[in-house]
Design a protein around this ligand. Structure first.
Ligand SMILES: *Cc1c(COP(=O)(O)O)cnc(C)c1O
Length: 360
């Protein structure tokens, strides 16, 4: 068997140990004679898997008791609608910070339900920066403030947690959740599609402060109300059971790796090593201002874009896969989530150094 280093932005690599464990348990989960995929979601076996996963996630992120954790479907893209549907019954205005492609999509969706105030946008810098706290024009009467801590496409990550003076802060954590410790108590809602840093596609996690549940606007479908999922332990309908199980295996793996403090140290090392190769050469470039650079998604360009195809092809032949940049940005992008080992980043660095030597 030969596994490659897959730099895909999502669905992304999963830890090999997790896939091995899933393989061992595939046909017969712990003596039940069935695969987790074949279990009733209401049976005691799956309930134990579900509860353990939630409790491990709570431990990893230190989620306070006053927050509900929901295991949903529909992707982060459904949360773009669910957030305004659930939070704008009493107040119809919402603040949005625009730092890139995913912020824009969240804003477009929110406009169907709310009056959106653009609290800040970095479009003028082509999304290569994050706005500072003093640049945020926040409305104290807004129902919530939405932002994207890590823009997966532009590779821009907030170096600080915005202060919203008591207005609930809503964060699309899809591409940086679990990459380092965060203070959940500072947020109203945290949501994330699983396929970047949690598990397989099809599972979406929402962490919602209890007082924000139960205020959906009229006519909100049951499946789009947080109350529906919260009241039913994410089992109002059939949840994405296999994704939930795999996420649970990833949470166990993270705990063995030293939790989020352990991951943060590894992630910082990986990112610093890669950016330092890019910065120390005139052959490679990253446009993002250093303090706002993502630990998870590292876009970079070649001084001579005509070499892009060659770079991608030779990297692929060397077992370094999915390095092509997003079509809207061009160049290359290396996504180096939790599951990307340091050896993978080192292999990429070695390849880049050799490619520059030959072609530079
Ligand atoms: C991938 C991504 C999304 C979209 O997620 P889906 O699960 O495909 O809907 C939204 N926001 C961010 C920041 C992402 O990285």
């Amino acid at each position: 068997m030969s596994r490659v280093f897959n730099f895909s932005a999502g669905p992304a690599m999963l830890p090999e140990e997790v896939l091995q464990q899933a393989m061992v348990e595939m046909l017969d989960w712990q003596g039940t004679g069935m695969s987790v995929m074949e279990m009733s979601h209401r049976g005691k076996e799956f309930m134990s898997i579900a509860e353990q996963a939630e409790s491990d996630l709570r431990e990893l992120l230190q989620i306070p008791e006053s927050y509900k954790v929901m295991f949903l479907q529909g992707g982060a893209s459904s949360q773009f609608a669910m957030v305004p549907m659930n939070l704008t019954r009493e107040k119809s205005k919402a603040d949005y910070i625009n730092t890139g492609s995913w912020s824009k999509k969240a804003i477009a969706e929110a406009k169907r339900y709310a009056t959106v105030n653009l609290a800040a946008t970095t479009e003028e810098t082509k999304f290569t920066t994050t706005p500072s706290q003093s640049e945020l024009s926040l409305d104290p009467d807004a129902a919530y403030v939405h932002y994207t801590p890590n823009e997966t496409i532009q590779g821009v990550e907030f170096p600080y947690l915005p202060d919203t003076a008591g207005v609930p802060l809503v964060a699309d954590y899809s591409s940086t959740i679990l990459s380092r410790p965060i203070d959940v108590s500072r947020y109203g809602i945290i949501y994330a599609g699983a396929q970047k840093n949690i598990g397989p596609a099809g599972l979406t996690i929402a962490i919602v402060r209890e007082d924000l549940i139960g205020h959906a606007i009229d006519n909100t479908p049951a499946m789009f109300q947080y109350a529906t999922h919260s009241d039913n332990g994410s089992m109002y309908n059939t949840p994405p059971t296999y994704g939930w199980y795999l996420a649970g295996l990833v949470f166990k793996w993270l705990k063995e790796k030293g939790g989020l403090t352990g991951m943060a140290a590894i992630n910082q090392r990986k990112a610093e090593a890669l950016y330092s190769v890019i910065d120390s050469s005139a052959f490679y470039a990253n446009p993002v201002s250093p303090e706002s650079r993502s630990w998870m998604n590292v876009p970079f360009t070649l001084a001579n874009a005509e070499l892009d195809g060659k770079f991608i092809a030779e990297a692929s032949a060397a077992g370094l896969k999915t390095l092509k940049g997003h079509r809207s940005v061009g160049g290359m992008r290396a996504s180096i989530y939790n599951a990307m080992p340091e050896a993978g980043v080192q292999a990429l660095i070695d390849f880049m150094t050799e490619f520059e030597r030959v072609n530079g």
